[in-house]
Design a protein around this ligand. Structure first.
Ligand code: ZN
Length: 341
């Protein structure tokens, strides 16, 4: 089980635990220790600390069940345990391994974890196995309505898929790869009334940081009381979002930006917006609204949507996924294929 978010989050958790609430991290962690999966990887196990930040006795269960819990792939090489939990090198940000767009040095990535998992299963001599790889950060960035970050995460997911695809090419008669999602998030649409029929996705490459990282930056400005002028912010927006220089920003939008900058960051009078995994300051909202207007992306929600999701499949039995699928049929079809039906 591999994910770019926390291994005790909803999707990976659904594969090994049954608890009444997704926030029961300690109980979910205990099930991770006894569940029998060879390899679980992601950002952090949130049950190792209690709500006050004090360590719990969760690690004891991993030790008792001979599960090695390691941070970073270097540490993986040094252990010979059959069962492994691989966590991120960054133990501060617990919710995800960090966004691809933020290029945080030294952190785990989805392709690296996917490769490490395949290597580990082969080392364990697993002739038959099931593997789940979740691009969980795609969902997190979609909750934030952060288009460039969603797209960069999807490309990173594709890199992980390449690792699996190479495995398929080496074992074409024994491998099935299914790519799908349990839901769409954000109601992301391509096209809005500003760009008409001319989507301008090229502008996303001028965005150098996630909405989370930008909002953290804005909040840090509000915290330390040093003088930070509109001219400084203008330069920052040009460097990190290409505003004015590459991404067109109208006079009206510039006036709104300046006004919101004064009200939110100088007078500290903005309203935060809370989403499932984040809390954004109001100025960041304004910046990302302008970015969306320029690229042509649109959103309907900060939650999950009822939009159809694709199901792609290749390998043994792939044809069984053609046409529309009820999501609850997917595991049943996989089981049929495994049983040779
Ligand atoms: Zn979600």
């Amino acid at each position: 089980l591999v994910t770019s978010v926390a291994p005790d989050d909803a999707t990976p958790g659904a594969f090994y635990t049954h608890v009444p609430k997704r926030s029961m991290y300690y109980e979910i962690g205990k099930d991770a220790a006894v569940c029998g999966y060879d390899f679980i990887a992601g950002s952090n196990l949130r049950g190792i600390k209690d709500k006050k930040g004090n360590p719990t006795d969760l690690m004891k269960y991993f030790v008792e069940n001979n599960v090695a819990v390691v941070r970073g792939t270097d540490a993986l090489e040094t252990i010979d345990s059959r069962r492994v939990v691989l966590l991120n090198t960054d133990s501060i940000n617990t919710g995800n391994i960090g966004y691809t767009i933020d290029s945080i040095p030294g952190v785990l990535t989805l392709p690296v974890m996917t490769e490490a998992c395949l290597r580990h299963l082969q080392k364990n001599g697993r002739d038959r196995f099931f593997m789940m790889v979740e691009g969980g950060n795609i969902d997190h960035a979609s909750h934030a309505n952060d288009g460039a970050t969603v797209i960069k995460e999807t490309l990173n997911f594709q890199e992980a898929l390449k690792v699996a695809y190479d495995f398929y090419l080496a074992h074409p008669d024994e491998t099935l790869i299914v790519v799908t999602a349990d839901h769409e998030t954000g109601g992301m649409g391509l096209g809005n009334n500003t760009v008409g029929y001319n989507l301008r996705l090229k502008y996303i490459d001028y965005q150098k940081m996630s909405k989370s990282a930008f909002s953290r930056y804005c909040k840090s400005l509000m915290r330390d009381r040093r003088v930070y002028r509109w001219e400084d912010m203008e330069e920052y927006l040009t460097d990190n979002f290409g505003f004015w220089k590459f991404v067109p920003v109208t006079q009206e939008q510039t006036a709104k930006l300046k006004e919101d900058f004064e009200r939110c960051l100088v007078l500290r009078n903005g309203k935060d917006k809370k989403t499932l995994y984040d809390n954004f300051d109001e100025f960041s909202q304004t910046v990302f609204d302008i970015m969306d207007k320029a690229t042509g992306l649109g959103w309907t929600t900060n939650g999950h949507s009822g939009g159809l999701v694709p199901v792609y499949a290749i390998g043994v039995g792939a044809e069984k996924f053609a046409s529309f699928n009820d999501n609850t049929d997917i595991p049943k079809i996989i089981l049929d294929i495994v049983e040779g039906k």
